[in-house]
Design a protein around this ligand. Structure first.
Ligand code: XMP
Length: 523
């Protein structure tokens, strides 16, 4: 049995971050809603329990709460922000609206004799975000941190192993946040730290073998990080019992189809059956004359399902259909956490209805994205694939505004290739010269094609060509984003190269719009 720390989610915005930080410290961590029954929590026999922040006031009637029994199990409990207030409120402390709202980086004094605060400085910065505060700690608790406006920034009852902290250690702005969470899992919960990606890969290979036996597995491989890592893992576990179907819909980035084939095809390093379907023309035909974004998405998604079904039916019945589902998908689909994350248009196809399979297998279901990447490296996948930026399922279909044609695909592929090449190059040079990443380093960047044509002049000729739009955003969660301040000379060079090298373009623009009100993709 793997050591597990459980996060009980009260709807705060950093809940997945808490679980990620615990895992980074080397301990497996799962998120459950505060509506989860205590009997279920007991069955899991966790090494520790963390209560998260949340938007409510714990003393109001309908606010999320939890049974007092949780604090009597003898399992160490750490309450963060709302979780801290709730713990104090339930156990007899005083929580009320604070006279001064604390928000942002806050100087905090610590009692470094606390097991939570060993090996950190006595005074350091924490990240605060609260309207309510703990005015008086509950009986039996000792105050172990305070700020100018917050008399109880942390309180503990060492004997009962209960810890309440008002600030957010999971946020990077808390100077010693990492150390505090690590102190919690090692000093308080006495974990050994058995969550490591090499062990995960080894154990998963065994688990997949046990589950699949001699069965056949079918996987839709898109070339994205998740399905590629799933393919690598399944291949290591069951070799040729795995068939990967890769549909090249003609809306991939330049050379991407061939790169996927190089890695997973017959000349690649993985033992599996690889089927590449060159469906480019089929997609261009279906998309001809269609310019409404939702229609385009629908056609691209549905066509994928039809092609996948056709290929699957050629292969015949399989025992398992594999999917690259990852942990945030599980949490966000409401099975785990409570935080209000809204993603409407991201699941392109859904499940095929005529593929004959008995069960679904999801080998990455427990992993966060950064863990998927680490597993990918363990499995020997190339870095450029493992650290690939997000790419939407409908591909360039949502980066070509209006009707998709083969020629427009060529334009956007070529422009995007130049743009990424120049940005990557500038980032590399910056890092070599400065020894650190450029602060403008975007989290996602690509070229899109507007459906605007305008007049230009090239040589002595009048042109009437397309405008390419460059997009680059900085974002933490892709739910909000800001445009990245790419240096002017980089943009200028990209512009010159695109105009000179990509036929059919006579204007290049840079998109400054943040999200909201814009979205990251054009459609
Ligand atoms: P938007 O455009 O909604 O994009 O601001 C947010 C993030 O999601 C990606 N994205 C998609 N991913 N299927 C996907 O798998 C989609 O249909 C899709 N649409 C957008 C987008 O690239 C960005 O990272």
């Amino acid at each position: 049995m793997r050591e597990t720390v459980i996060v009980i989610d009260f709807g705060g915005q950093y809940n997945q971050l808490v679980a990620r930080r615990v895992r980074e410290a080397g301990v497996y961590c799962e998120i459950y809603s505060y509506k989860t029954d205590i009997e279920k929590i007991k069955e899991m026999n966790p090494k520790g329990i963390i209560l998260t922040g949340g938007p409510n006031s714990c003393y109001e009637e309908d606010s999320p709460t939890y049974t007092k029994e949780l604090f009597e199990l003898g399992i160490p409990v750490l309450g963060l922000c709302y979780g801290a207030q709730l713990m104090q409120h339930i156990l007899g402390g005083k929580v009320e609206k604070a006279p001064v709202r604390e928000y942002g980086k806050t100087e905090t004094s610590f009692d470094v004799n606390s097991k939570l605060f060993t090996d950190i400085e006595g005074v350091s910065t924490t990240w605060m975000s609260h309207f309510d505060y703990i005015k008086e700690a509950a009986p039996g608790f000792k105050v172990v941190a305070h700020t100018k406006d917050c008399p109880v920034a942390a309180a503990e009852d060492e004997e009962r192993k209960l810890y309440a902290i008002q600030f957010h250690p999971e946020v990077l702005h808390t100077q010693y946040g990492k150390e505090i969470l690590s102190n919690y899992v090692y000093n308080v919960c006495e974990c050994k730290g058995d969550w490591k990606m090499d062990t995960f890969v080894e154990e998963s290979i065994k688990a997949i073998r046990d589950k699949v036996g001699n069965g056949k597995v079918l996987l839709a491989l898109s070339g994205g990080v998740d399905s590629s890592v799933a393919a690598g893992l399944l291949s290591k576990a069951i070799g040729k019992q795995l068939t990967c179907v890769f549909v090249d819909h003609g809306l991939l980035r330049k050379n991407e189809g061939d790169e996927v084939e190089e890695i997973f095809g017959p000349n690649g390093n993985y033992d599996l059956n690889f089927v590449r379907v060159n469906a480019q023309q089929r997609y261009y035909d279906k998309l001809s004359g269609v310019s409404e974004p939702e229609n385009k998405r629908k056609i691209i998604g549905e066509e994928f399902i039809r092609i996948f079904e056709e290929e699957a039916n050629k292969i015949g019945a399989v025992d398992f259909l594999a999917q690259g589902t990852i942990y945030p998908d599980v949490v966000e689909s409401g099975l785990g956490g409570e935080s209000a994350v809204i993603k409407s248009h991201h699941n392109v196809g859904g499940l095929p209805d005529t593929v004959d399979f008995k069960e679904i297998i999801e080998p990455l279901r427990d992993l966060f994205k950064d863990e998927v990447r680490k597993a990918g490296l363990e499995l020997g996948l190339p870095e450029y694939l493992v650290f690939r930026q997000p790419f939407p399922g409908p591909g360039l279909g949502v980066r070509i505004v209006g009707e998709v044609t083969e020629d427009k695909v060529r334009i956007v592929q070529d422009a995007d290739f130049i743009y990424r090449e120049e940005v990557d190059n500038a980032l590399k040079v910056y890092k070599e010269e400065n020894g650190e990443e450029a602060d403008w380093k975007p989290d996602q960047y690509f070229a899109a094609l507007t459906n605007m044509q305008s007049v230009g002049v090239m040589g002595d000729e009048r042109t009437y060509d397309f405008a390419v739009c460059l997009r680059a955003v900085k974002t933490v969660d892709f739910m909000t984003a800001e445009s990245s301040e790419i240096p002017y000379e980089v943009l200028n060079k990209v512009m010159t190269r695109i105009i000179n090298e990509v036929k059919g373009v006579n204007r290049v623009m840079y998109d400054l719009t943040s999200k909201p009100p814009g979205t990251i993709e054009m459609e």
